[in-house]
Every structure is written in C-alpha cells, then in structure tokens.
Design a protein around this ligand. Sequence first.
Ligand SMILES: Nc1ncnc2c1ncn2[C@@H]1O[C@H](COP(=O)(O)OP(=O)(O)OP(=O)(O)O)[C@@H](O)[C@H]1O
Length: 341
Amino acid sequence: MLAVESATVRFGRRTALDAVDLEVADHEIVCVLGPSGSGKSTLLRAVAGLQPLDGGRVFLDGVDQASLPVHRRGLGLMFQDHQLFPHRDVGANVAFGLRMHGVPRAERDRRAGELLDMVGLPGAGRRAVAALSGGEQQRVALARALAPRPKLLMLDEPLGQLDRSLRERLVVELRTLFGRLGTTVLAVTHDQGEAFALADRVVVMRDGRIAQQGTPLEVWQQPASAFVARFLGFDNLVDATVTGSAADTVWGKVPVPEDSSQGECELLVRPGGVRIGGPKEGLRCTVGVRTFRGHHVTVALHPGDGPSLQAECGLRDTPEEGDVVGVTFDPAETVVLPPAG
Ligand SMILES: Nc1ncnc2c1ncn2[C@@H]1O[C@H](COP(=O)(O)OP(=O)(O)OP(=O)(O)O)[C@@H](O)[C@H]1O
C-alpha cells in the first residue's frame, strides 16, 4: 500500500527526517511514536504531500506520489491543524470530502448518516459543531476523514485533546472500527499507551530516524536499545558485562536469559522482575517512594551503590517506606541491550 523510501527532510541545517524507509501493508494499522521533535509529524506530512521531500520517494500502490498534490493522493487526513468547519453542521462537515469529489446530494447525506452511526453519533447530522464535546468533535473529524473511503487514513495525535478515560475508550472503538472497515492507517502519537493499544505495528522514532519497529509485543518484550526502553518508561537500566547466564553490574550479579549476547551491554530489568525479600537476600536496598498505580504499586528502591531501582509490587505486599529489604532478579524479566553509546 504505502512505501516510503529514504525520505529526507531538512529545515536549514536540521535534518528532521533522515533517509527513512517505511512500509505499510493493506489493512495494517501502523503507529509512529517518539519524543517531541523526533520527526513524526514531518514523516506524516511528507507522506500526505504537505511537506516537500529533500530526498527519497513516497509510493502509494506502487505509484510515485512526487507530482501529486495532497487532494489527489486518495488519503484521509485527520490532522490537528485541519479542524472542523465551525459554521457548517456535523453532516456538512462529514460530507465535505464527498462534495469535493462531486458525489450527489442524496448519496452524500446517506453516506454521512452511515458514518455518523459508525462513529457512535447516530442522528447528529443537523447538530452545530460548536455544541459538541471534544470527544464528539474528534469522532466527527474521523467520520469526515473516512467519508471518501481513503486508501490510507492518516491520523496525527488523533486523541490528543481528550482526557485519559475517553482516550482509552475511543482507542478500543477505533481499533474495532478500522478492523471492520479494513482501513489502512498510519497514525502518529506521542502517547505510547495509545500507540500500543491501537497498532498492529509500532515505529519508534529518534532524531529523524527509525529506532525500532515491530509488533507492540515485540517492541515491549525486546526494546532494541536503552533509548527505546527509556522511551517506553523503563528506568531500571545499568551498564553490565555478561558472562554465561549472569551479568556483572553495580547491583551485583544479575541473572540473564539463556543465549544472551556476551560481553559489555546495557541491562534492562523490568520492574516486574525485581523481587523483594528479606534484608539478608541479594542486593540490600532501602525502600523509597511508593506510587499507587491501580493494579499494583511502584516502589523506588535505593541500593547503597548504583542507580535506584523500580519494583512492581502487589497491593498487599508492598514494603513500608524506610524498610531495608533484599532484592533478587528474575532472569525472564531482564533484557540484554547493546552497550551505551
Ligand atoms: N516548518 C518547520 N520549520 C523548521 N523546523 C521545523 C519545521 N517543522 C518541524 N521542524 C523541526 O523538525 C524536527 C522534527 O519536527 P516534527 O514536528 O516532525 O517532530 P514531532 O516528532 O512530530 O514532534 P512533536 O511530538 O512535538 O509534534 C524538529 O526539530 C522541529 O523543530
């Protein structure tokens, strides 16, 4: 469906996109995520034709898009700077693209009604846009983008403005809707929870390049680097040297999975793999701040030497702040990453 080859965009001396290759298959949902300034929006805008390329090419269904303006690319865009038309009602907003394509009035109304049903706003066609909540406006924007049955739907921070609980609900609805319609989607978000819930494949960007791509499970289980691990919210990272099935670290010997690569590395221990026991077992730590997370508690552990550790504890077995405990590590929850630098 979409093939981006070596796409490069420069703003003055700054390279916002650095020879990026990306493919999106038919019916696939791909989410691009990364920190602010990593090039996500530039990538999306380059695919849409809103941002000229300094190098590389964009193909849709095998056709080079270089000479095609935005409105001839067959894309559905839901971008933050493409707000709804405030003076038109909901139905006219949804039908806008269809009107541009010369679809007759009766057919436009029928399709707009169908799409509003689909996004959970049945019968909202005559409502004023200004009278809708933020979440409802997002749904209308989505219906508008979907109306012309685009080859590829492109979403930039689709749920950006909404509060957390609404986002969590909408993301599930979106995934179900896209699955039902067989929509191919390229979305950009800085919220990793959203990306992981929505995507078949996530693409993590750093400084205009792809740092890693894979299914949400692959990326979560095996981050490619300390950068990706940190971006996913993992903080238990330490320099290490692996020999056999253990790594030497400032936290002492940490067991690692069989067949881990040997030698210098950066070691990640997921918080679920930090086991808290009596003070005589393993690494001696003092319990610091405890943060309630709903289904578990995150506990900061301070060893005498080296960086602090985060542990995930059950609600009932959380140690008290100030307790002295012993820490051991579960090899199934450790990941050997390439050495820093
Ligand atoms: N029109 C522009 N002129 C100059 N520099 C730009 C322009 N647009 C983007 N940049 C720069 O290009 C880099 C990538 O920006 P981009 O907006 O693609 O990042 P992003 O990952 O989408 O960030 P965010 O999550 O903050 O939206 C940044 O350093 C940004 O400052």
